[in-house]
Design a protein around this ligand. Structure first.
Ligand code: C2O
Ligand code: CU
Length: 487
């Protein structure tokens, strides 16, 4: 018979007959939030901080007694949190114990293209890939996940993803919560759907991709967090394939937005909600009073006016994400820093090129991804303005590898506060064009491309992706590695 997934007393039978835990609406939070372990590292003779990650298959009991086939790094679901300091040399030994090839992409990291873990750096089963690079960017919540051409959604849905936290002196000097798992909490949010046998299912799909009816936070269904401090820092990560969230709290309380994809803002910004599309991150501070309980929720995100009808079945419901349970006594941190990072605004006058990207269907500039084609050739160190136009009445987003960008304009308006910091992924409202400014790294390689793409993973897999190389000024693009094998 059908396996009935039951959590607490709120399980409700779905019309297919298979009981499901419904995190839509009011639920009971019965499971302590899992905190991904910090990855162990060692220093090698070359002075590199060395991590080991093994992609592997396993099973996970999201519900006691029901075992779901999942994948993870060094475990059965998700992966450990890597932490490194700005200025450090790191090396990650990536092993593949899966039955299929994978890659590991360091999302948000500025690094040489050959280390980027995009679709050209396939790691075959049983093979080790060992990228190394120097961390040279501000403290931020970055993440890692697979990026094989056309197969990213499946591998991420199975559970391959983890956090990569960059630390630096500027962040360390601020009065902010930073005890990992105590008052500094990773919150990787993923929607999932279980079939009657308790396995992940992705067959219910909106235009934007698979839409789950249950939420996992760090792989925990219906989670609660015991809070022991007055102020908690949540590192919100949209690790979903398609769903867009608008995070806030059940009583409407405001929180301080302190950071976006690529690091801290210049100043803490009070907000009541923050919209995150797949791949985007936000760091927020929330203040609690002793003994209280409040839920992190996602309300139906404003996807832009023309998106409404098209995204039916794409997450138009209020979701309970997790419950924060404050202890009767909370330790005090005092006033948290209001002034945060220094961000030099990139200047339009410094841009040496302007490029235009129109997203339409699953194409960018009317082209589908082609591993053998270099779409853009960019000079090392150049500052460029990229205008990204979502020409459809449907949602997309846009992610650029190797850089953190700043937003110059949203339509005809200056960016809202949540787009004032460093970003590597941005939600694209239907019919709206975005002007982004970015400075490319000095690493050059005419043959190894970086990617730009929609981070709604089924769109990316369908070809909504392009490739750029960074070259010495005047140098021409070469031939990407996979083109050598292509017929
Ligand atoms: Cu998070 Cu090109 O990806
Ligand atoms: Cu898209």
């Amino acid at each position: 018979g059908a396996v009935v997934l039951v959590v607490g007393v709120t399980a409700c039978a779905s019309d297919t007959g298979a009981g499901v835990i419904d995190t839509v609406g009011t639920i009971d939070f019965v499971n302590p939030l899992a905190i991904p372990p910090l990855a162990r590292s060692t220093m090698n003779a070359a002075g590199e901080r060395v991590f080991d990650l093994t992609a592997q298959a396993g099973t996970t009991e999201f519900v006691p007694g029901v075992s779901t086939d999942t994948w993870g790094y060094n475990g059965s679901y998700l992966g450990p949190t890597l932490v490194a300091e700005r200025g450090e040399d790191v090396r990650i030994n990536v092993n593949n114990d899966l039955d299929e090839a994978t890659t590991v992409h360091w999302h948000g990291m500025s690094l040489p293209a050959e280390m980027d873990g995009g679709p050209h750096q396939m790691v075959e089963p049983g093979v080790q890939w060992s990228p190394n690079f120097t961390i040279d960017q501000p403290a931020a919540t970055l993440w890692y996940h697979p990026h094989p051409d056309g197969k990213t959604e499946h591998q991420v849905e199975m559970g391959l993803a983890g956090l990569f936290l960059v630390q630096d002196d500027e962040e360390a000097a601020l009065n902010l919560p930073r005890s990992y798992g105590v008052d500094d909490i990773p919150v990787v949010v993923q929607d999932r759907r279980f079939d009657a046998k308790g396995q992940f299912a992705t067959d219910v799909r909106g235009y934007i991709g698979p839409i789950g009816d249950e939420l996992l936070v760090n792989g925990t269904l219906a989670p609660f967090l015991d809070v022991t401090t007055e102020v908690v820092r949540l590192r919100l990560v949209n690790g979903s394939s398609a769903r867009v969230y608008d995070f806030g709290f059940s009583d409407g309380r405001s929180f301080d937005l302190i950071g976006t994809d690529g690091g801290l803002l210049t100043a803490a910004a009070p907000m009541a909600g923050i919209r995150l599309s797949p791949g985007e991150r936000a760091e927020v501070l929330v203040r609690l009073t002793p003994g209280e309980t409040v839920n992190l929720q996602s309300s139906p995100p404003d996807l832009g006016t023309s998106a409404k009808a098209a995204t039916r079945n794409a997450g138009d419901d209020t979701l309970d994400v997790m419950e924060l349970r404050a202890a009767d006594t909370l330790s005090s941190i005092g006033d948290t820093s209001k002034k945060l990072a220094t961000i030099e605004p990139l200047q339009r006058e410094d841009a040496t090129a302007e490029r235009f990207f129109t997203l339409n269907g699953y194409t960018i500039n009317n082209r589908l991804m082609d591993m053998t084609r270099i779409d853009e050739t960019i000079d090392a160190g150049a500052t460029e303005v990229w205008t990204v136009d979502n020409a459809m009445p449907l949602p997309h987003n846009f992610h650029v590898h190797a850089v953190q960008f700043q937003v110059l304009r949203v339509g005809t308006e200056p960016p809202p506060v949540e787009l004032l910091g460093w970003k590597d992924t941005i939600y694209l409202e239907p019919g709206v064009r975005y002007e982004l400014i970015m400075q490319f790294p000095e690493y050059t390689d005419p043959d190894f491309p970086y990617m730009f793409h929609c981070h709604m993973l089924s769109h990316e897999d369908a070809g909504m992706m392009g490739q750029f190389v960074v070259v010495k000024p005047g140098e021409r693009a070469g031939i990407p590695p996979s083109a050598h094998n292509a017929k």
